[in-house]
Design a protein around this ligand. Structure first.
Ligand SMILES: *Cc1c(COP(=O)(O)O)cnc(C)c1O
Length: 389
């Protein structure tokens, strides 16, 4: 489209790198270690429930806030795992994936010119949605090699114009799981400046070793200023269903609903009861998935190490990061564009995940939410190729 016809709110926002790299994988017949979707679906019983719902007439608009059975199941999930008590009628809203949760939260809570403090590198929809909502992004960089929260940088990023903090833990793409002490720093900043925190916890169950996911809403004083976003996509391996939810105090959930009623209004009528079934009746699926993912994480990380790409071993999520400078590539994008031809493998360059692309120019993300065979095949192809610049 002629650039002049494109609204200013979309200027400078690059097309999502995930579709670009997945298209490249499909075109070149490459092993896709780029986009973060699993290649094995979630529980068959949950799929059967969706099929049943389709046959039983769940084919018209679901209620705007979501079907009651799912809102109740989300409330039970938060109580069971975290001791968070929610009123399913006013403190839970179903969204079209966590992506719509982010969009509706920012559209519902930001005025033009408001500043949003967020962790960098950040999931790419954050940047786009802050801009579309008229907000201004202030990044706090998680830096190599250990990608921990820099408390001083966080405090320094807050100004009198800061309206909210946008958090993500377990963190995509670094694999950092914020510790209770790091979350306390976030809470202290939010309390001191009277800020709302929107926290994206889609990887809440996908943590490894002894790492523990602590929801920010469980820290003292935080429940009434925290809006928590999650989704069935990652925890139950149904990324294509786009069924997510936002939970928190009624005023924040109300702000999400106020915006989302004019975005999709509602979606996934037959999928919502099936996800309710997953939450209530497949509560152990995410834990089994995490244990299984941990093995594939170890397989991928050992393989990358063997290739001279020393990975950051992630504490959670689907992803491992490597520094491509190890092989002489100062630019990760350049390596990612060369990989399909040289090796028949696709990975994702990280520079687009930063406000300042220089901060991530040398980083590449590898997904291990793929079968053992796919990870093994990807590593074999990488091993057979010349990867040096
Ligand atoms: C995958 C992902 C999402 C998107 O969730 P959906 O439920 O598929 O919309 C949001 N945030 C992060 C950090 C993700 O990795």
């Amino acid at each position: 489209m002629a650039r002049t016809r494109l609204a200013r709110r979309l200027h400078g926002i690059a097309p999502t790198i995930f579709s670009e790299m997945s298209a490249l994988a499909a075109r070149t017949g490459s092993v896709n270690l780029g986009q973060g979707f699993p290649d094995v679906d979630g529980p068959p019983e949950v799929i059967a429930r969706a099929v049943e719902a389709l046959g039983a007439g769940a084919n018209q608009y679901a209620p705007g806030p979501g079907v009651p059975a799912l809102r109740q199941a989300v409330a039970r999930h938060q109580a069971r795992h975290y001791g968070i008590e929610l009123d399913p009628d006013t403190e839970v809203v179903v969204t079209t994936g966590a992506t719509e949760g982010v969009a509706a939260a920012l559209l519902g809570l930001l005025d033009p010119g408001d500043e949003v403090v967020l962790l960098e590198p950040s999931y790419d929809s954050y940047d786009a949605m802050v801009q579309m909502a008229g907000g201004v992004r202030r990044g706090v960089t998680l830096r190599a090699p250990d990608f921990r929260l820099d408390a001083d940088a966080l405090r320094a990023a807050v100004t009198p114009r800061t309206r909210l903090l946008l958090l993500n833990s377990p963190h995509n793409p670094t694999g950092t799981v914020l510790t209770r002490a790091e979350l306390q720093v976030v809470a202290d900043v939010a309390l001191a400046h009277d800020l709302v925190v929107v926290t994206d916890e889609v990887y809440e169950h996908l943590v490894f070793d002894d790492h523990e996911h602590v929801p920010l809403a469980t820290l003292p004083g935080m429940a009434k200023r925290t809006l928590t976003l999650s989704s069935a996509g990652k925890s139950w391996s149904f990324t294509g269903w786009k069924v997510g939810w936002a939970t928190g105090p009624a005023d924040l959930v109300g702000a999400v609903l106020a915006a989302k009623q004019w975005l999709t209004f509602t979606s996934g009528a037959p999928l919502q009861p099936a996800v309710a079934h997953a939450l209530d009746h497949e509560p152990d699926f995410p834990r089994r998935l995490a244990a299984d993912l941990q093995q594939r994480r170890d397989l991928l990380c050992a393989g990358l190490r063997g290739l001279g790409l020393d990975p950051r071993v992630p504490e959670g999520t689907y992803f491992a990061l490597t520094d491509t400078a190890h092989l002489g590539w100062r630019d990760g994008l350049e390596l990612c564009l060369a990989l399909p031809e040289r090796a028949g493998v696709v990975a994702v360059p990280l520079q687009g995940f930063y406000d300042d692309p220089e901060a991530g120019r040398h980083l590449v993300r590898w997904a291990f939410c793929k079968t053992t065979d796919v990870v093994t095949e990807g590593l074999a192809r990488l091993g057979a190729a010349d990867l040096t610049r």
